[in-house]
Design a protein around this ligand. Structure first.
Ligand code: GLN
Length: 303
């Protein structure tokens, strides 16, 4: 039997030779999971001898990882905003960039605190539910009342998101919906509309990392030819469904922001949040507040 340290090194070389991204990270995640330990154990016990069950488990997972399958799908989980979420090939693996969207939504929700009414939020295309569930838990922790809905067109995604919500006991209601179509007849019912919609142009599919291209759901990744199609679909519905002073908060493809800026002429404010690489990653669009001096009184009619 090989001690853990040698096995770890050999596995890392095997993944590197196989052209697998983040080889060391992948090995450590899978190895720690096979042992049922955290990653610190790997550093603390280089001499540990795996038993045959642990070795068989690790070997089977390594074979899947060598074929390009993301470690998150192999293990069925991913951390987001400090919490673990169950993931499956039916949903996008939550990304750290999306935490920026959560931060932005928390900030705007906090600004609405003045009114005693619960802040009304919908997460469109919820996938694993990571955004809606995190918002529900973080707002509850801050003592802010909220009514949170999460929508998705995919029944498999909704089922998984509901499971994640139950696991975290998050107060989120789920709604099957193609974008905001479930609320087609309504107006001014949300304070925040948040979404991380698919934004990769179809022509860029071939250039994506193998893990993403071959394993993540296309319905969660790809927009149309330009990558902006989903924003075009969301914007008019969001403008109708937001209450005056509400915010639409969208994650963007790293080159999308410039393409959509001109579409916000009817909105009162535009803000941008940048990711660690310096790309505009989250766009916030504020609906005009109800202001008697500037606008006729709000009647709740459709715009
Ligand atoms: N809302 C989910 C997330 O941010 C899913 C997004 C998607 O599938 N495009 O991870």
């Amino acid at each position: 039997m090989q001690p853990l340290e040698l096995l770890r090194e050999a596995a890392r070389r095997q993944l590197e030779t196989g052209g697998i991204a983040a080889a060391r990270e992948s090995v450590d995640i899978l190895l720690a999971a096979a042992l049922g330990r955290d990653r610190a154990f790997l550093h603390a016990h280089p001499e540990y001898q795996l038993n045959s069950r642990e070795l068989a488990c690790f070997t089977a997972w390594m074979e899947r990882r060598l074929r390009g399958e993301p470690a998150q799908y192999i293990l069925g989980r991913q951390e987001f905003y400090g919490r673990e979420f169950e993931v499956s090939p039916a949903v996008l693996i939550p990304r750290p960039e999306t935490e920026l969207l959560v931060e932005a939504a928390l900030e705007k929700a906090g600004a609405l605190r003045g009114s005693s009414a619960p802040v009304r939020i919908v997460d469109v295309g919820t996938g694993s539910g990571c955004i809606a569930i995190t918002l529900a838990l973080e707002l509850a922790a801050r003592g802010q009342a909220a009514g949170i809905l999460a929508a998705d067109i995919s029944p498999a995604a909704l089922a998984l998101a509901e499971k994640n919500a139950r696991r975290w006991q998050a107060a989120v209601e789920f709604q099957p919906s193609d974008w905001l179509d479930a609320w087609r007849e309504q107006a001014a019912i949300f304070d925040l509309i948040v979404s991380n919609p698919p934004y990769i142009p179809e022509s860029e599919l071939d250039g994506l990392q193998r893990e993403v291209r071959e394993y993540e759901p296309r319905v969660a990744l790809l927009a149309g030819e330009t990558g902006l199609e989903n924003y075009a679909r969301l914007l008019p519905a969001a403008l109708r469904l937001l209450a005056p002073g509400g915010w639409l908060i969208l994650e963007m493809g790293y080159r999308s922001a410039a393409g959509v800026r001109d579409w916000f002429a009817d909105w009162a404010a535009i803000e941008t949040r940048f990711d660690l690489q310096g790309w505009p990653r989250v766009m916030l669009a504020g609906k005009k507040p109800l202001d008697a001096r500037a606008m006729p009184p709000w009647t709740g009619r459709k715009e």
